[in-house]
Design a protein around this ligand. Sequence first.
Ligand SMILES: Nc1ncnc2c1ncn2[C@@H]1O[C@H](COP(=O)(O)OP(=O)(O)OP(=O)(O)O)[C@@H](O)[C@H]1O
Ligand SMILES: [Mg+2]
Length: 407
Amino acid sequence: MAPNVLFLSPGYPAEMPLFTRGLSHVGARVFGVGDQPSSALPPEARTALSDYLQVGNLWDEQAVVAAVRGWLRGRSLERVECLWEPGVVLAARLRQALGAPGMDVETATRFRDKELMKQALDRAGVRTPKHARARNAGEARAAMERIGFPLILKPIDGAGSADTYTARDAVEFERALALTRAVPELSVEEYIEGDEFTFDTICAHGEILFQNVCLYRPKPLVARLNEWVSSQSVALRDIDAPAVRQGRALGREVLRALGFESGYTHMEWFLTASGEAVFGEIGARAPGARLVHGMNYSCDADYFAGWAEAVCYGRLSQPTHKKYNTACVFKRAVGQGRIRRYEGLDALLARYGEHIPVVDLNAIGSPRRDWKSSVVGDGWLVARHPNLEFTLEMADRIGTDLRIVAS
Ligand SMILES: Nc1ncnc2c1ncn2[C@@H]1O[C@H](COP(=O)(O)OP(=O)(O)OP(=O)(O)O)[C@@H](O)[C@H]1O
Ligand SMILES: [Mg+2]
């Protein structure tokens, strides 16, 4: 029988319609709940939904639970799912209120609160950066005394590297404190020097059915602070390389320690110069920023539908063999105003075109985006090849030789 799945925010952000479609593709009846009017839902989402409930405020948990209960009129749910970071705990509350199976509120909260997350991992013996919660400047200074420099200040439940600052000395620390005054709770952490990677999985019943490791070039925080950077996330073909294996072993321990069962996970971790893998953060959701597309292109698979199959039926029939290193490259326009032209694209495509399955640039004439609030920026491309060095060469060329010019 077709499972009934309640999916939160089926139309937003960008990749959610594709997961909504994935659910319907594997035969689920999809009940969407979100704050968009149904007329604003992207077509992929609208056509995949069996029904949709618009709520006034998605973050008023009690009101959402009451509204959903009335709307369902006794229909039972096999799953309640959310792949958007701010809704992960709301989904758990709905499960609890409606008697649906899946991750409970306490477990979900450990995936949202970066302090509870790291406390649980410390108890399990996982290497985390030294850390503390700070609710005010006094607590932040006490944490700084204990942790030392360099350190990082960030929201306890942040996303997109927003309000995240490094401090290498007391002056930088006070400046970061001033800049984060509006953040209710901070996580103060030891700054880990090193390369940054992801560890992404699709799980069912606590088993990893699919796993992926991406290398970020450069670290997301560096990309967020430097406008000229064309950032890359590179899904690696060889996940058995020794350093990558370490990160995967760390990831497995993390999933076990946090009690993850079914669905997507997206972890970030660091590899230090001495070769140590250190935990960064984890979300109980799919990675954003086109990373699922990157995984799809690395295996010629569909992990939107693959996730849906895993949460609905506990299995994955998509291919999982990695054929390619796959670099997603994100471009930012140069200049202000509207996008006028693309420079260098034809030459790039003439040289590498057969290895570039995606060129998705904002249209000529459209306004350039605010580079600070969008990871995808003014467009993205995918370059893939079995050879890592060549993949990185193409990605770097896309970074340097393609210019999106605005004026
Ligand atoms: N302890 C740390 N040491 C070094 N760099 C860090 C540390 N914590 C955070 N960073 C940098 O800041 C970025 C943002 O931090 P984090 O991933 O915790 O927050 P986020 O805002 O939830 O991220 P996301 O962009 O994945 O939503 C990281 O990707 C990393 O580049
Ligand atoms: Mg992060």
